[in-house]
Design a binder for this molecule. Structure first.
Ligand code: NAP
Length: 289
């Protein structure tokens, strides 16, 4: 039996059906089981035999976190510690999602699992602390770092760009941040493969769309694919911007592409170029429109 926390978020809402399709028995919980509250976690788990606890819950408001540090750390750092201790006491393994924002962005090639985190923002620091806390609390852990998630739930980069372009306005996207766009469904399938199979995966891993793009290139790819599929009409444009001009409170790494070479060697884990995932996501969006 698998317990997914953060089940109604961008990733969690893709993960539940993916686990279901893999034939696994799943419990999904949202905010009603607060990961910052050890007693609430213990109460919910009582009498249930979990093999995996999968944490998709997080404080993800990256800019707000700069002025809301205590709340952010409570969820992103204390949360994984609480879950790790609980998993250990129940004899379960714990899979936790972390972020490319644990890195400072000074690398020249895609970050590998063994590269040293050096987060720039409160959010990034809280995610790095969550990783450390989980490693300490629960030896049977998997930390999956991912990046630039988009999907059918929530206000992500893809939906924001489409919304602006549909309104007839020009979209602006930063050209000085490079990362690995990742469809939440691809990540959900990778998680399902890990928890359902005999992969024996442990430790820290990276999973993201293969390759890298700036936010500006990503926005153009959204525009081009959506136009090709008839989701956008007329001519619409994306303009490049600089991070400084966007005036965002939280600093972001200039380069946070993730190397997926290591996880790509695990049987049953599918990786694909980020643009291929985007094309399939938008094609599905057209079918469901
Ligand atoms: N989105 C990205 O681009 C991105 C990139 C890299 C890594 N990640 C990581 O990927 C994971 C999934 O992110 P996501 O994009 O799916 O985030 P999301 O859409 O914001 O979902 C997070 C979920 O956590 C829930 N939550 C917040 N505080 C909670 C608490 N105290 N107790 C229980 N649940 C709580 C939220 O509930 P409500 O719905 O009620 O708010 C939300 O449903 C996170 O670990 C995130 O750090 C995300």
């Amino acid at each position: 039996m698998i317990w997914v926390l953060g089940a109604r978020g961008l990733l969690g809402s893709e993960l539940l059906p993916a686990l279901d399709r893999a034939g696994l028995k799943v419990f999904g919980t949202g905010r009603e089981v607060d990961i910052g509250d050890p007693r609430a976690l213990a109460d919910f788990s009582r009498g249930k035999a979990f093999s995996w606890i999968v944490n998709c819950a997080a404080y993800t408001a990256v800019d707000k976190a700069e002025s809301d540090s205590a709340a952010c750390f409570r969820v992103n750092a204390e949360g994984p510690a609480n879950l790790g201790r609980l998993a250990e006491s129940l004899g379960a393994a714990c899979l936790h999602i972390s972020s490319d924002y644990v890195f400072d962005g000074r690398a020249r090639e895609a970050y590998r699992e063994e590269d040293e985190p050096n987060p720039l923002s409160v959010y990034g620091k809280s995610k790095a602390e969550g990783e450390r806390a989980l490693r300490k609390a629960c030896p049977r852990h998997v930390i999956l770092r991912t990046a630039w998630l988009y999907g059918s739930k929530g206000q992500d980069f893809v939906s924001s760009v489409l919304e602006v372009l549909r309104s007839g306005a020009e979209a602006k996207a930063v050209a000085d941040q490079v990362g690995s766009p990742t469809w939440s469904r691809d990540l959900a399938l990778a998680i399902a493969a890990i928890v359902s199979g005999p992969s024996g995966l442990q430790g820290t891993w990276h999973y993201a769309g293969s390759g890298a793009a700036s936010r500006y290139e990503f926005a153009w790819a959204i525009r081009d694919e959506a136009s090709r599929l008839g989701l956008l009409s007329g001519s619409c444009h994306v303009l490049p911007a600089g991070s400084a001009a966007m005036g965002r409170p939280a600093p972001r790494p200039a380069f946070s592409a993730l190397s997926t070479e290591k996880i790509g060697r695990i049987p049953g884990i599918r990786l694909r170029p980020w643009r291929e995932g985007l094309a399939e996501f938008l094609a599905l969006k057209r079918v469901n429109a």
